[in-house]
Ligand binder design. Structure first.
Ligand SMILES: Nc1ncnc2c1ncn2[C@@H]1O[C@H](COP(=O)(O)OP(=O)(O)OP(=O)(O)O)[C@@H](O)[C@H]1O
Ligand SMILES: [Mg+2]
Length: 238
């Protein structure tokens, strides 16, 4: 199957298993959300797909290739790109060098094209391109982090809590721009605390609780009342 397919994934930290057998499928070009309370294991799933953690059991395939346990650099070459929680720009590098690193190993033409796209979208990054990324505001660092993903030309994009610490207006703007920033055939798995936003943007979602999937549904079924998801998050009747 093309797209992302995760079967019976088990993974953790040392001997502490935190994901206890999870199945997730995202078709090519589909936008899917992974939701759940703090500590449910959302970032752990993303980190495993992007190669930072190796599954103890189960398989992860992307466009038919088994990628579980592949090293992160090779996954980036395959188009598996993560926008990590907490932004993670290189604070000591200037803005433009942060963007150049994202193009590593690709052609200079692609870099020029990518820089043009992101500078047009986020003019403040162009204005500040010679400043250390660590001096940008939180929202601007998030712009930079997304810009790095745009330049990397993802096939599979993994975004972890883009809205964390950002002003609601800015978050809304980011979501509205996602469709323009990435081509339509990009497969997206999105982790988001703000369920209302995630449901608006994604056609389907999964809810993870204590490392197990407890609900999956089309977003349309919950879009009018995202608070109904709270019982699934917490395992209590809301
Ligand atoms: N580096 C680590 N070493 C040991 N345990 C970890 C590590 N990172 C996460 N965990 C544990 O794994 C579990 C899942 O964490 P994870 O970060 O995947 O949750 P999350 O759903 O992303 O939460 P949040 O919404 O707070 O970001 C938690 O119990 C957490 O304490
Ligand atoms: Mg997390």
């Amino acid at each position: 199957m093309s797209g992302l397919s995760i079967k019976d994934l088990k993974v953790g930290y040392g001997r502490n298993e935190v994901i206890h057998g999870v199945d997730i499928d995202v078709n090519v070009g589909e936008k899917v959300a992974l939701l759940g309370a703090n500590g449910a294991g959302k970032s752990t799933v993303l980190k495993t797909i992007s190669g930072l953690l190796t599954p103890t059991e189960g398989t992860i395939t992307f466009d038919g290739d088994e990628i579980g346990g592949t090293n992160p650099a090779a996954l980036v070459d395959m188009g598996v790109i993560q926008v990590p929680e907490g932004r993670r720009v290189f604070p000591g590098l200037n803005v433009e060098d942060n963007l150049k690193v994202a193009n590593y190993g690709k052609s200079p033409d692609l870099l020029e094209e990518g820089l043009e796209t992101v500078y047009k979208k986020f003019p403040i990054l162009q204005e500040r391109r010679k400043q250390a990324a660590g001096l940008l505001s939180g929202g601007q660092q998030q712009m930079l982090s997304l810009s790095r993903a745009i330049i990397a030309k993802p096939k599979l994009l993994l975004i972890d809590e883009m809205s964390l610490g950002l002003a609601p207006l800015l978050v809304k703007e980011f979501y509205e721009q996602l469709g323009d920033l990435f081509s339509e055939d990009v497969t997206l798995l999105l982790v988001e605390q703000n369920a209302g936003l995630a449901l608006k943007y994604c056609s389907r979602f999964y809810v993870l609780r204590n490392g197990e999937l407890v609900l999956q549904s089309d977003s349309a079924n919950y879009i009018d009342d995202p608070t109904a998801l709270q019982s699934a998050y917490l395992g209590v009747d809301a």
